[in-house]
Write a protein that binds this ligand. Structure first.
Ligand code: EPZ
Length: 420
């Protein structure tokens, strides 16, 4: 199994190109099911999750030509509407095919995604919303079976809690429904905005994009025709490289990035003593010699993202003082704590709160990645740890970071992928 060997200590310098956003590419790929015509997606990140969802399309009968960052998808040939366990169990985001399959084919079966390392992550709000749009849903044999013999109809959906995936599933279902759907308490992430823009580019009338209340006029079953769609920059990958600059006291520049998507992250890094030069498509971070502590509460966009919590814990580990980090979205997203402590950090956990007492130095050790963002936190710690760190189980990293070791090497890090 692959692992990363990282020899810590050096500074980073230079430029890194940010890839397309995994969490935007996934709903965009799912949305292609709403079309029966070929379309081209560009700026896809070259990561395992994207290949997994494209494979699911081919298993449904779609045609996919995929070459690193570009895919031509033709879902005119779909002849199955069953998303099988084999794929869904590899990636929870496969649940995003539920809304578009049901909207276009009026019936589908999608394996229940099951548990997840970072928390229980139910899909109850997705199902309740589709039911209020006319779906009849049954859960049997580990599958969600949904049908809407007369097609879906518009409805007023009020989410009890903000859900990114739930908002995406309803947006896609509503695009082909009969009538108007209003989503109240909708997610506002840039990835939601990209999905709304994609649907609008196919002629779907949407108002309230980027706000907590979105209205969608459905086409009453008429499939969509999309123009070429370019995936937005990955704000979480970008945030991770900003943390790499911060933790290594370095100046590095991120290219092809949108600073507007990173306001909460940049604000916290400023609190920690970092400074920035921000241009329309690039961000240069200047990491200070000594980082200051920080208080963080994870919340929905535009608040501080849960997907950056682990990386900030790594940099807080060597800050000058005590940081407090509260995780409000997922009940089990602190698995990196015990691994960071293996590198010498001093982190104390109680429920959803972590107190991080900054230490002078981290020391290299063998550590194990537990989920995608936890893995990147370990890599960040390893960049400044004295000696060698081996980060194992990096298949988590490969799901969502495009060529992490290549990009960090180019910035001057001593990082090598090894087998063993
Ligand atoms: C998306 O997951 C992201 N995944 C996650 O990124 C991210 O951490 C999360 O949003 C929050 O920002 C993708 O975009 C593919 P939610 P999603 O529905 O859509 C609860 C990463 O590292 N909930 O917004 O699954 C849920 O348990 C990943 O790239 C219900 O209770 O998240 C959580 O507590 C990991 N019932 C909260 O809502 C539901 O039906 C928010 O989850 C749905 C969600």
């Amino acid at each position: 199994m692959d692992y990363l060997e990282i020899i810590g200590g050096g500074k980073l310098s230079g430029n890194v190109k940010i890839s397309g956003a995994k969490n935007s590419a996934l709903p965009v790929i799912a949305a292609t099911i709403l079309s029966d015509k070929p379309l081209t997606l560009t700026n896809l990140p070259n990561v395992v999750d994207i290949r997994t969802l494209l494979k699911l399309l081919t298993m449904l009968g779609g045609k996919v030509e995929h070459n690193d960052t570009v895919a031509v998808v033709d879902n005119g040939t779909i002849n199955s509407t069953k998303a099988v366990y084999e794929i869904v169990s590899q990636m929870r985001a496969s649940i995003l095919v539920l809304g578009p399959l049901l909207a276009r084919f009026k019936v589908c079966e999608v394996s229940l995604p099951g548990g997840c390392a970072i928390g229980q992550r139910p899909i109850d709000m997705h199902l309740k919303a589709l039911e209020s749009m006319g779906a009849i849903i049954e859960i049997k044999g580990g599958y969600v079976r949904a049908e809407a013999p007369n097609g879906l109809h518009g409805a007023k959906i009020v989410f009890d809690k903000i859900t990114v995936g739930g908002t995406e599933n309803v947006l896609m279902a509503a695009a082909l429904a009969n009538g108007t759907t209003t989503i109240v308490n909708a997610a506002r992430e840039p990835e939601i905005v990209q999905l709304c823009d994609m649907l609008s580019s196919a002629g779907v009338v949407i108002t309230g994009t980027g706000t907590g209340e979105i209205t969608i006029e459905g086409t009453n079953g008429v499939p969509l025709t999309f123009p070429e769609t370019k995936i937005i920059p990955d704000r979480i990958e970008a945030g991770t490289y900003l943390c790499a600059g911060a933790i290594s006291h370095s100046t590095i520049t991120l290219d092809e990035v949108d600073a507007n998507h990173l306001k909460a992250v940049i604000d916290k890094l400023e609190v920690m003593g970092c400074s920035f030069d921000i241009e329309p498509n690039s961000i240069t971070i200047h990491g200070p010699e000594k980082l200051k502590p920080v208080h963080i509460i994870t919340t929905e966009y535009p608040g501080f993202p849960t997907d950056m919590q682990a990386q900030f814990m790594a940099i807080a580990a060597i800050a000058d003082g005590e940081s407090i980090i509260e995780e409000r979205l997922f009940e089990n997203r602190f698995m990196h704590v015990s691994e960071l402590n293996r590198l010498g950090s001093d982190i104390w956990l109680k429920g959803s709160l972590a107190a991080v007492h900054g230490v002078e130095k981290l020391y290299g050790a063998d550590v194990m990645a537990t989920d995608l963002r936890a893995s990147s936190a370990l890599v960040l710690g390893a960049l400044v740890a004295e000696g060698t760190t081996n980060v194992r189980r990096i298949y988590h990293l490969d799901r969502g970071y495009d060529n992490l070791e290549g990009k960090l090497s180019k910035l001057g890090a001593n990082i090598t992928r090894k087998k063993g």
